[in-house]
Write a protein that binds this ligand. Structure first.
Ligand code: TPP
Length: 649
């Protein structure tokens, strides 16, 4: 059968379809997304939930002249399929392929890049203000989920938009879920609004709802039919009640909740709100995973699965794989919390991703999901620390960027004991530039009082967490995404000496000093350093390998000894070179006037690293044993060369 989807090269073709054709297209889009995402993984449930919503928006708004600003962009696969990217859709999230989020350089339909939450209303308001200043005439629509609405930025933007009174439409895609269950008072409030449809009080408000219809400038055929039909249809059409008034009080016209899978209804609603003046909010109720039973039943599991079998509905996983760093972190935290009632776990809407779900299950009273609110999470932890308890903020490195001032102003200035467990540090892979955690060493290292460490493997991660919990002041512990190394885990936890590196080979610093070079590796890159050293030995080049453990404080004594002995250092880290661990080593050499040490820093360049498999990206940017080897060979050769030259002279 010929698919309608194959004839949609841009939204203009969508606008020519009849309602039955659009309904068929919705099914084709769902199938396409399930099949293509199954190959390499990606965001599934959020996209299945917005098929009709996306179609209705592109149908009514004249994109790309009218602007759709998606929040996060993880739910923009349907948008991509409808805006000329269908043929490349199978490349999504792969190196050289389509991004898994929005990118202005990918399509004129991607109005504002995203992937971190809660930015859409701010960006849309900026676009609306600029439109008016420049005397232009187009619509601006922000589409934000109920999860993203818990982020402070979204509320700041609503506050601003409600008073600026610009023409701006905010579509609230309310599926009752963040990645896990949504949280917070605002969430409870929206739940109440949704449930009003089915409560007796609804009937008392029916008259009020009718009055609302009068406020709509166009009553479309479908809307009129819906309004005129039996009460159940009416309920589906439009609802206005005192609960929704919170947004009205803030200066928005509020409409909803509407069934987000009823295409004719959505078309009528958007046709109406398109005509309106001032800020408008439309609450659309959707189901995450809609149309695929397994994903509807457990949308958290299917939020962003890895590769899966779409026939059986099972996620592919190798049972012999070692645990992830996240799992080891979470198990260790719970084990420590078993004995220590002062431990508090805090997450900003990433209970599954950070492993803190385990804390929630074991110690619900000592676990806090604060919503997508990283800034609040950090200062909230500060309050807990002042009271003498031990908050552990488990957070992705990239999302900690959001809370930089809080880390400085609320935690470090006061030297509070807060543990930052920075998951997904380094190159994360397929989620790309906005999600790589490659700036954290730099932005944390530069803050007074902060201490920083990174483990070489999962066993060391456990002892580092223990160390972080039982030391003073602010401390950050970074560890990578994905599978750990599979090393054996010991029973007992112990603290590590603060600022002390581990010399992995040779056995003593004196022996190391006599070698040709020392590799100082931070965190997960120790593995590459070890391989490089072993292979160089086969070539007759003998190098020392140091597991640096600490980026702050550095093991100054060991690094200076090795520098003075070998005269050659190579640093390696899964982080940008600028401001990173290697830069810290350079600063140390400079401070001790060691200007003639041959030192090379291996890390990421001054550019945003694209998306793709971590192995591809690491190879490309030289975070690899091969690059360490090449670098050291070149150092040794260039010196041999220059000493030969000196001999000739
Ligand atoms: C600042 C920030 N913190 C955390 C995340 C991780 N994250 C990605 S999607 C998501 C849930 C978003 O929920 P919602 O906005 O309701 O969209 P839905 O997936 O339910 O459609 C979270 C927490 C993020 N993208 N940005």
């Amino acid at each position: 059968m010929i698919r309608i989807l194959d004839s949609i090269d841009d939204p203009e073709q969508l606008r020519k379809l009849t309602i039955p054709q659009m309904e068929q297209l919705a099914e084709e889009i769902r199938r396409e997304i399930i099949e293509k995402v199954s190959v390499k993984g990606g965001h599934l449930a959020p996209n299945l939930g917005v098929v009709e919503l996306t179609m209705a928006l592109h149908y009514i708004f004249h994109t790309p002249n009218d602007l759709l600003v998606w929040d996060i962009g993880h739910q923009a696969y349907v948008h991509k399929l409808l805006t000329g990217r269908r043929e490349r859709f199978h490349t999504i999230r792969q190196f050289g392929g389509l991004s898994g989020y929005l990118r202005r350089d990918e399509s004129p339909y991607d109005v504002f890049g995203a992937s971190h939450a809660s930015t859409s209303i701010s960006a849309a308001l900026g676009l609306a203000v600029a439109r008016d200043l420049q005397g232009q005439d187009f619509k601006v629509v922000a589409i934000i989920g109920d999860g993203a609405l818990t982020g402070g930025m979204a509320l700041e933007a609503i506050n601003n938009a409600g008073s600026l009174k610009k023409n701006l439409i905010v579509v609230l895609n309310d599926n009752d879920k963040s990645i896990s269950d949504n949280v917070g008072a605002l969430h409870h409030y929206l739940t109440k609004v949704r449930h009003m449809q089915t409560t007796p009080s609804y009937h008392r408000l029916r008259e009020m709802a009718k009055a609302l219809i009068e406020r709509l400038p166009i009553i479309g055929k479908k809307a009129r039919e819906a309004a005129g039909r039996a009460e159940t249809s009416f309920k589906q059409f439009v609802m206005y009640n005192k609960n929704g008034a919170i947004f009205e009080e803030l200066g928005f016209k509020f409409f909803g909740p509407f069934d987000g899978h009823n295409l004719p209804l959505l078309l009528d609603v958007f046709k109406n709100v398109k005509q309106m003046k001032g800020p408008v909010m439309v609450q659309v109720v959707t189901k995450k995973g809609k149309g695929w039973e397994v994903a509807e039943e457990d949308s958290t599991k299917w939020h962003g699965p890895g590769a899966f079998d779409y026939v059986t509905g099972t996620i592919k996983k190798n049972p012999t794989d070692p645990p992830s760093y996240t799992e080891v972190f979470a198990n260790t935290l719970v084990a420590i919390a078993e004995k220590d009632p002062s431990i508090i776990g805090i997450t900003a809407a990433m209970a599954e991703g950070t492993g803190l779900k385990k804390m929630q299950q074991r110690f619900p009273e000592r676990y806090f999901d604060v919503g997508i609110a990283e800034q609040h999470a950090v200062t909230f932890a500060g309050g807990i620390a002042v009271a003498g308890l031990c908050p552990v903020v488990a957070i992705y490195s990239t999302f900690l960027q959001r809370a930089y001032d809080q880390v400085i102003h609320d935690i470090c200035v006061q030297n509070l004991h807060v543990v930052f467990a920075m998951d997904r540090a380094g190159i994360v892979g397929e989620d790309g530039p906005t999600q790589h955690g490659v700036f954290d060493i730099g932005f944390m290292r530069s803050i007074p009082n902060m201490k920083l460490m990174a483990p070489k493997d999962e066993e060391e991660l456990r002892h580092m967490l223990y160390t972080a919990i039982y030391m003073d002041g602010p401390v950050g512990l970074r560890y990578p995404r994905g599978k750990a190394l599979g090393v054996a885990l010991t029973e007992e936890l112990h603290t590590l000496q603060i600022g002390k590196a581990e010399l992995l080979s040779p056995a003593t610093c004196e022996e190391a000093q006599a070698l040709e070079c020392a590799i100082l590796a931070y965190g997960s890159t120790v593995a590459q350093a070890k391989i490089a050293a072993k292979e160089l030995l086969e070539e007759g080049i003998r190098v020392a390998v140091v597991n640096a453990r600490w980026a702050k404080p550095l093991d100054e004594e060991m690094i200076l000894q090795l520098a003075r002995g070998t005269r050659r250092l190579v640093t390696i880290e899964d982080h940008v070179v600028a401001t990173g661990f290697g830069s810290a080593v350079l600063e140390l050499l400079e401070a001790h006037d060691l200007k003639d040490i041959d030192i090379r820093l291996i890390g990421l360049p001054d550019k945003f690293v694209e998306h793709g498999a971590p192995t591809i990206l690491k190879e490309l940017y030289g975070i690899s044993s091969a690059h360490v080897k090449e670098t050291i060979r070149a150092m040794v050769r260039s010196e041999e060369h220059s000493s030969q030259k000196q001999g000739v002279l």
